[in-house]
Ligand binder design. Structure first.
Ligand code: ATP
Length: 199
């Protein structure tokens, strides 16, 4: 059994996440993919108004009807910061683990809490983000080499084209009242409007 893990803040989830998740499932021939919104991201600042349960609801909408994708609330059930090294053991009984990660996170992965233990538990699967292909290719390859040679990491990379958008850009667009139909599913845009998020 091949099991995928895709964690993130998803504030809000967007087509970049959705496309990467679906490519991950197909390219790595996963049997099941767990998408796991964090409660408190260890690596970034989030708004004081953040509601992780609303983020979870958006992620569930984004993957509704996807048979092989399960949205997990396991990090929301834990108090405090959501450390990946504490999440992965919950899935260790489900076969070989693969974890999807964007280039931005990959470059600083050796700053993550107990990253060496994470390397032992899963294969990292890299989704290259916009612009990264040309500007930071050398940096990515250097990090990949370091992680593999020094720490024995297993690293693979998705072949599919990146979808260029970030949650940060979307929060700004929503606050400015712009239509985000090109970047996220319509039912999530409606949900954000209904709940008055990111205003
Ligand atoms: P923010 O702009 O708030 O930092 P984000 O758009 O980077 O958010 P996260 O929730 O932090 O979204 O991302 C979760 C995971 O998805 C990370 O591994 C990140 O690198 C990856 N990711 C985010 N956007 C994309 C994208 N457009 N293409 C591929 N991977 C992405």
């Amino acid at each position: 059994m091949r099991t995928g893990i895709f964690g993130g803040t998803f504030s809000p989830i967007h087509n970049g996440h959705i496309k990467a998740a679906k490519s991950f499932l197909a390219e790595m021939e996963l049997d099941l993919l767990y998408v796991i919104p964090d409660r408190i991201p260890p690596h970034k600042q989030i708004s004081g108004k953040d509601d992780p349960f609303l983020r979870l609801e958006m992620v569930k909408k984004a993957f509704a009807g996807e048979e092989k994708i399960v949205v997990s609330d396991t990090e929301l059930k834990r108090e405090g910061k959501s450390y990946t090294v504490e999440t992965l053991p919950e899935f260790m009984g489900e076969g070989e683990l693969f974890m999807l990660i964007g280039t931005d996170m990959f470059l600083t992965f050796d700053k993550w809490y107990r990253f060496e233990d994470i390397f032992k538990m899963c294969t990292l699967v890299l989704a290259v983000r916009e612009g990264d292909a040309s500007t930071v290719r050398a940096e990515i390859d250097e990090k990949k080499k370091l992680y593999v040679e020094k720490y024995g990491a297993k690293v693979e990379e998705l072949a599919s084209e990146p979808f260029p958008i970030s949650s940060t850009e979307l929060r700004a667009k929503i606050a400015a009242g712009e239509d985000c139909g090109a970047y996220m599913p319509r039912d999530i845009i409606d949900f954000i409007e209904e709940k008055g998020l990111y205003r």
